[in-house]
Ligand binder design. Structure first.
Ligand SMILES: NC(=O)c1ccc[n+]([C@@H]2O[C@H](COP(=O)([O-])OP(=O)(O)OC[C@H]3O[C@@H](n4cnc5c(N)ncnc54)[C@H](O)[C@@H]3O)[C@@H](O)[C@H]2O)c1
Length: 322
């Protein structure tokens, strides 16, 4: 892939013909999905490790996966190996050799600069906090090649604001995978205020290449499409637990059977780490939604403060006894 830095103003040489040549060259050199070879993923946690896996397994890409220390990177790589073994190799969907190749394409890093240096695409999947994401995007803009697409896997946060930390807002996009990544079909492709159509197209192509179904939306919606509606349901379910209307198990059962959901909203939030995502992004939620809608539910605050990651456990140990 070549990057075009116009050496001369378009009209100074070659007249109109020169301009046409330059224009066609610029057109040629837009980033295309087929041109992506190297990728980087920022964050090796629940989502980062799964995204790295799907990029390597389905896309065949090299992936540089970053976290803040060696232990977290190692944990991320181990989780990839375990999932590949459990869901693919042991079921005969991949050979041991294929698994080895998938893992070998993923390299661990603790420096964003090092990891993104030669990348064509970077997907950020760090903690859900705007201030942190802006810091990361600024670093990425400085270290990733000029042609690289910078994407965020954010569940809720504004893509335009992340893009404002860079000098390439047209190449910043939301590529929002759902958990578990290997299973869930949806990828929300989120358009920031200045995201180019080419970047949106590239993100949609990538999602399809990874076996997903893209849905495009604007970034002006807190939680985009799926999480915006889902968040409201989790809030109501949490309030019902708080009022002791019924146990989390019974509330989930009612929603599962009443609306043919595969999982109730509370068990799903327990499964995907939804409570800690809410806790880390409370400040951003208040800024976007106002304090009435954005504030953490008192039950969520109490359980997270007490060190609980699952509402089922908090109910069993604490709420059902008091
Ligand atoms: N958990 C889900 O179900 C889910 C689903 C879709 C999207 N998301 C989004 O994905 C993102 C990550 O969520 P998660 O659940 O994987 O969180 P997580 O806490 O499991 O992982 C986040 C990782 O980012 C790392 N990190 C923090 N600062 C970093 C930095 N400066 N550089 C590199 N790594 C850094 C943390 O050490 C941690 O390992 C969030 O934006 C979240 O909203 C989560």
């Amino acid at each position: 892939m070549r990057i075009y830095n116009p050496p001369i103003p378009p009209f100074s040489k070659g007249g109109v013909g020169g301009f046409e040549k330059l224009f066609s060259k610029l057109k040629e050199e837009k980033m295309k999905t087929e041109e992506i070879k190297k990728t980087a993923v920022i964050g090796a946690g629940t989502m980062g490790a799964q995204i790295a896996e799907v990029l390597s397994r389905m896309g065949g890409y090299e992936v540089n996966m970053v976290d803040i220390n060696d232990d977290l990177v190692k944990k991320g790589v181990q989780s990839i190996e375990q999932r590949l073994e459990r869901f693919f190799v042991s079921k005969g969907k991949l050979t041991a050799e294929e698994k080895k190749n998938i893992v070998n394409r993923i390299k661990g890093y603790t420096s964003i600069e090092e990891a993104s240096k030669g990348s064509d695409l970077v997907i950020e999947a760090a903690v859900e906090k705007m201030a942190l994401k802006k810091e990361i995007f600024k670093k990425l803009d400085e270290s990733a090649p000029a042609h690289a697409i910078l994407a965020s896997n954010t569940s809720y946060l504004n893509i335009s604001e992340m893009a404002s930390a860079t000098k390439r807002p047209e190449k910043v996009v939301g590529i929002h995978f759902f958990n578990p990544v290997a299973v869930m079909q949806l990828v929300e492709v989120v358009r920031g205020g200045r995201t180019s159509n080419e970047t949106i197209e590239m993100a949609c192509d990538l999602a399809r290449k990874l076996g997903k179904e893209p849905v495009v939306c604007r970034d002006i919606s807190y939680g985009f499409l799926a999480n915006r509606a889902y968040r409201a349901m989790v809030e109501e379910a949490t309030q019902m637990v708080w009022e002791r209307v019924a146990s989390p198990e019974e509330i989930d059962k009612a929603l599962r059977l009443g609306y043919s959901l595969p999982l109730g909203p509370l068990e799903l939030a327990d499964m995907v780490g939804g409570w800690s995502i809410r806790a880390s992004s409370e400040e951003d939620a208040i800024r976007e939604l106002g304090s009435e809608k954005g504030r953490l539910h008192p039950l969520t605050r109490a359980m997270v403060r007490a060190g609980y990651a699952k509402i089922y456990d908090y109910w069993k140990d604490v709420l059902s006894k008091t």
